[in-house]
Design a binder for this molecule. Sequence first.
Ligand SMILES: *[C@@H]1O[C@H](CO)[C@@H](O)[C@H](O)[C@H]1NC(C)=O
Length: 233
Amino acid sequence: MMPRLSTQLILSTLIVPFVFGQNLLDIYKAMMIDQAARAKAPPINIEFFGESLCPDTTRYFRNHIMPVWTALQASSLINITYHPFGLAECRRSDSIIRCNCQHGPAECQLNMLQACVISALQFPQLYLPIVNCMQGKSQFSAAIDECIVNFRPRPDLDENFMTRCAQSQLGAKLMMQHGYRQREVASELDWVPWILINGRRSQAAENQLKTIVCSFSEPSRYEYCKTTEDPIF
Ligand SMILES: *[C@@H]1O[C@H](CO)[C@@H](O)[C@H](O)[C@H]1NC(C)=O
């Protein structure tokens, strides 16, 4: 069952102007629209599903997603979307959402925090470094301190609001939305990280994201793609 109101809509109209410097977000939106308009071809869509305390997901962020993102994010060649959910389960009863996560309650807390950040910042170009920083943190307070309060460049996020979001029904609802997306496009998921390249599962991308991305004709012209895949551990 899909929720009646789009959380994205609720957030963008009510919450984003409140937690995020409106001007910065407007400027960023304009940049994104301009970048998309100038792009010669649609981007390579990389959509991936993981869990905040899953070591394989953490390695995937560090060794694959972030290097590719760092090298190519300024181009409009790639569009990376992350969904913190994986082998979690959420159910709604008496209008209360309760979630269970593979690595226990601490994972749900951190997934919800990542979901709150994704929702507030909207664009992968903005949220990926912060979500990557939070990924794998065993302490919720460390995720807030290191990835919001002391993060450089400082994201324009309110740490108190993000904490309340993550520890409330709003966080649960946002995480559940990622679960809906997962059920829609990766219903057979039994493992994370689970990667879709242009809507199709790619097992090869689990070990060789750079090689896969660089096999497309546009990125293959970039300097980054002229070197071989970094060694992966
Ligand atoms: C980026 O990916 C998301 C999720 O797959 C999709 O909704 C969005 O339309 C994509 N953007 C572009 C410009 O293709």
